[in-house]
Ligand binder design. Structure first.
Ligand code: 13P
Length: 253
């Protein structure tokens, strides 16, 4: 037993109007039964956060933002700050998602600034790392993960690291239907945990939840979750329907 509570997170990306988001979260609230031994998080688009937060007022489902800026306020048109997300009732913010790295210029440095800014207002990051197909084929997967960890966690102390969640999301598996095999995912997760032990200490590494993301579906979640270093899932496509995300949350041990 790892002692880590599994964390099952839905990343809705750029989907759903406010009404659609509230309807889905209400369906999840009715359908999910396994709240006692697992943590469930939804990350709606910014526009739906306030209404989803109200709909979840009496629910154990927790709320995450999908991104943030590192400043707490200022002339940054179109940006959203960590205190704003805190005040809406978020517990986490997804940081460094590969779609943000790929399409919006997110770098290890900006990821690091965001993680530090979120810690300032006591918000946890779901810090995403992962290699592209080209990097995997060139045998560089572990080097890429090490570099992203080093850059993203720059300047954090052990206590701060203890508040994070990591997500390993191989870019080639996101939205493609190609899931990493349980062995491929386990190898990456074990490497990440070992890296955290060296960078911080064993206690931080053993406590850290490392989620797998990349085409997690009802039919592969059980074998992924059976791996010793996979502590949860960050789910895109299959989190957009109540039935499939409910089945993922209710993974069989
Ligand atoms: P998919 O589950 O659609 O592959 O998306 C994974 C992801 O990017 C979650 O953040």
């Amino acid at each position: 037993m790892s002692g880590r509570t599994p964390l099952m997170a839905a990343n809705w990306k750029m989907h759903f109007t406010v009404d659609e988001a509230v309807a889905l979260v209400e369906e999840l609230n009715r359908g999910i039964t396994r709240f006692d031994d697992r943590e469930v998080v939804v990350a709606p688009p910014f526009t739906a956060l306030a209404e989803v937060a109200s709909a979840l007022a009496d629910s154990p489902i927790r709320l995450a933002g999908q991104n943030c800026h590192w400043e707490s306020q200022g002339a940054y048109t179109g940006e959203i700050s960590p205190p704003m997300l805190r005040h809406l009732g978020c517990d986490y913010v997804i940081v460094g998602h590969s779609e943000r790295r790929q399409y919006f210029g997110e770098t290890d440095e900006s990821v690091n600034r965001k993680i530090l800014a979120l810690l300032e207002v006591d918000l946890g990051s779901i810090f995403c790392i992962g290699e592209t197909l080209e990097e995997r084929q060139a045998g560089k997967t572990l080097d890429v993960l090490a570099k992203q960890l080093r850059g993203g966690l720059e300047g954090l102390d052990e206590e701060q690291a203890g508040k994070l969640v990591l997500a390993y999301e191989p870019v080639w598996a996101i939205g493609t239907g190609h899931t990493a095999s349980p062995e491929q995912a386990q190898e990456a997760h074990a490497f990440v945990r070992d890296n955290l032990a060296k960078r911080f200490n064993n206690a931080v590494a053993n406590h850290m939840r490392i989620l797998y993301g990349g085409s997690v579906k009802p039919d592969n979640v059980d074998e992924l979750m059976a791996q010793p270093d996979i502590d949860g899932a960050l789910v895109g496509g299959a989190s957009l329907k109540a039935a499939s995300f409910t089945r993922i949350v209710d993974f069989e041990e």
